[in-house]
Design a protein around this ligand. Sequence first.
Ligand code: FAD
Length: 408
Amino acid sequence: MHLSDTAEQAELRARVRAWLDEHRDEAPVLAGEGALSDPDEILAARRAWQRRLAEAGLAGATWPSEYGGRGLGPVENVIIGQEMRRAGVPGILDVIGVGMLGPTIIAHGSEEQKGRFLGPMLHGDEIWCQLFSEPAAGSDLAAVQTRARRGDGGSWTLNGQKVWTTNAQFAAYGLLLARTDPEVPKHKGMTMFIVPMDAPGVTVRGLRQISGEAEFNEVFFDDVVIPADSAVGGVDNGWSVGLTTLMFERLTIGLGGGESLGYRGERFARALADDRSARADSAVRHELGELAAELEAVRWTGYRSISALQGGQIPGPEFGLAKVTTVNCAVRAVDLIVDVLGPDALADDGEWAYVTSFLPGLKSAGGTEEILRNTIGERVLGLPPEPRLDKGVPFSELRAGERHGTAA
Ligand SMILES: Cc1cc2nc3c(=O)[nH]c(=O)nc-3n(C[C@H](O)[C@H](O)[C@H](O)COP(=O)(O)OP(=O)(O)OC[C@H]3O[C@@H](n4cnc5c(N)ncnc54)[C@H](O)[C@@H]3O)c2cc1C
């Protein structure tokens, strides 16, 4: 593990810091005094900020330069993230597009697709959504039932439903996993498609969360026709394309602790520091200390993983472990804060009301805790795999909705 910046990294850090010092005022204020409140204004401001960051080379920095990135490594990307947090500015709006779907198109897309879609994605002109999960296909992602049938001139007709689709309410495009051949085992007959979200037959319906926001959606496809060249990475090759997206998802949300999700021990300690009874209570101090130590361990594990990535390794299951630990610690920390500070800690406009309503969802996002533990058991600890009853069975012979082991 390399803990200090090399000369080049120190220079990058200084340049990023200087740019942020100069342009901090252009960043949208999303919390606290002077925060924007109108959803349309927030969206416009976040798009504009993403554009500024992209122009400055601070968005999609790991993308190859021919697609608008800087070809930087994962450590350099962490440095940019650290400097943005230090400057107190928000990150990009389209984390899913730039962090996960763009890299998938870079890895598997045709040159036409790369030339058409990557630039507007990076600059926030076209926001993207990930159309993978369905009511009966989440952990078992290979159970997707949305069908794509080939029609005249090679065009495709889509029918089905997706759910949990973050940002679909304002997305211009989605990357959609659909079944193209039900007569082969379920991992084999799927294809990844680029779908314009304004195509006739696409219906987006918001799902209201406990926080009052509606960041996720159900998306319905009723005889949606998309062109022949919409497939990404080849027909019936959707599973391997999807695995690329999930690998980048691990990178995007899996770095743990302070680096990706923003949950660090000091954030929770600060909330309790002003409360005299909390300071005096050794049980509170003990619990907080334990949580902070775990989060700190996750952070350093994250650095070790990033060093390994820099050395050419691909993101492994250990990234999932970081997510599980981070989310569990954050849940315990917010419970502690609410115990100590009482219901006032959950005032509507406060930080903790939002965090406490958002955290349960994070237990599922990017793989549920049980699935991640299964993966770690199998791939890290070498424990026996779960029984997989559907292995080798054509999808059409499986009972719809029946669960057979895990996805990724
Ligand atoms: C905040 C958030 C944002 C999301 N954004 C998107 C998005 O933009 N696009 C998208 O496509 N999806 C998105 N998702 C969906 C996410 O990928 C799924 O929630 C996740 O894959 C779990 O699927 P599920 O919700 O269907 O739960 P299920 O798979 O139905 O699981 C239900 C429960 O059963 C357990 N379980 C299932 N299988 C096993 C097993 N084999 N062994 C042990 N336990 C098991 C699970 O751990 C869980 O507790 C998002 C989810 C969240 C919470």
